[in-house]
Design a protein around this ligand. Structure first.
Ligand SMILES: Nc1ncnc2c1ncn2[C@@H]1O[C@H](COP(=O)(O)OP(=O)(O)OP(=O)(O)O)[C@@H](O)[C@H]1O
Ligand SMILES: [Mg+2]
Length: 320
């Protein structure tokens, strides 16, 4: 079958309302002022999809939104970046989810209303559609109870169809961290948690013992470590990659999802794991230069200009 898409992203959809330059911390019964506010495309999966598309990949999305203002905005933002949203389910009876992010420099407190995203289930996936893409990316397992204990089925199907796969579990808002890594990771080519998520998932106190505790890790395990960069494990190798440090971070919202997009965009072109990792670090760093997760990645040309001017990065492909 002809491959129409490079990547199909399955996952959650919501908007981010980001409050910046907040004068103090919120307290029950009081009101404080945030000097800046941005409405942006939210959700790990959508930010990754949007940025993959900006980096030149052909991307389709499978998810759920409500028939409402936030749903229209979300779909509009994805479409503007060239993501095919024809497989997104619009649910009349549900609301599109939203995250209110209170941003304080490189960290933030977030409150999310899950809405329609929590009702996407494995039964909504037409497995025939997976055949249309070369790679499957899934994000935010714990926000989507419809995949609970079933996510490995989706990944097994994708592998049966000859696809490559990637998984970013993201934070568990219920803090139970009940995902059986030994069951899912054999079907995952790129496992991309952040440092804290990996430690929580494995109940370990450091990255190396966490890695040792996973019996079958799949091909690449990439751990995102914020302003420390990233650590990649593949074959018998452990590769640390320093960040393209941004000392003037606007916010780090979506830096991890942008890292994913950078890594996957190189991986599907058959680049070496180290090249994928370095490009992931770069796209993560670029994302921190503007508010939200997609603002800094409008298209490949602009991203590469920013990469050159701000981070002194020259991409072999774009220079020929
Ligand atoms: N201050 C920074 N300067 C440069 N690069 C950064 C900075 N912060 C993050 N990055 C890059 O972005 C990558 C991903 O960031 P981070 O570790 O915060 O991911 P995450 O916790 O998964 O984020 P998300 O909230 O998007 O899920 C890092 O591995 C690093 O390469
Ligand atoms: Mg993340």
């Amino acid at each position: 079958m002809e491959k129409i898409y490079d990547v199909i992203v399955v996952g959650e959809l919501n908007v981010d309302l980001i409050l910046n330059q907040i004068q103090g911390y919120p307290e029950i019964g009081k009101e404080i002022i945030a000097d800046k506010m941005t409405l942006a495309l939210g959700s790990s999966s959508a930010i990754c999809a949007s940025n993959l598309s900006s980096l030149g990949c052909k991307v389709a999305f499978i998810g759920k939104v409500g028939n409402d203002v936030f749903g229209n905005y979300t779909l509009g933002q994805l479409q503007e970046k060239g993501v095919d949203t024809s497989m997104v389910i619009i649910e009349d009876q549900e609301e599109t989810g939203a995250t209110i992010a209170l941003n304080y420099n490189e960290d933030r407190a977030m409150v999310t209303h899950l809405g329609a995203m929590s009702n996407l289930s494995i039964d909504n996936i037409d497995f025939q559609n997976l055949r249309l893409a070369r790679h499957l990316h899934f994000s935010s397992y714990f926000f989507q109870s419809g995949f609970k204990n079933k996510l490995h089925v989706l990944f097994m199907k994708a592998k049966e169809m000859g696809m490559t796969t990637s998984l970013d579990v993201q934070w568990d808002p219920f803090e139970a961290w009940d995902l059986d890594l030994d069951k899912i990771l054999p079907h995952v080519d790129i496992f991309i948690p952040n440092e804290v998520e990996l430690l929580k998932l494995t109940g370990s106190s450091n990255i190396d013992s966490a890695i040792d505790s996973i019996k079958n890790r799949g091909r690449h395990t990439v751990i995102k470590c914020g302003r420390k960069g990233s650590i990649l494990f593949y074959a018998d190798k452990r590769v640390s990659c320093k960040p393209f440090l941004n000392k003037n971070v606007v916010d780090a919202i979506g830096a991890g999802d942008s890292f994913n997009a950078g890594y996957i965009s190189k991986f599907i072109k058959g680049k070496s794991p180290e090249e994928c990792q370095r490009f992931g670090n770069l796209i993560g760093a670029i994302s921190t230069t503007k508010p939200g997760g997609t603002e800094a990645l409008k298209n490949m040309d602009e991203a590469m200009k920013l990469a050159k001017n701000k981070f002194n990065y020259i991409d072999d492909e774009t220079t020929g």
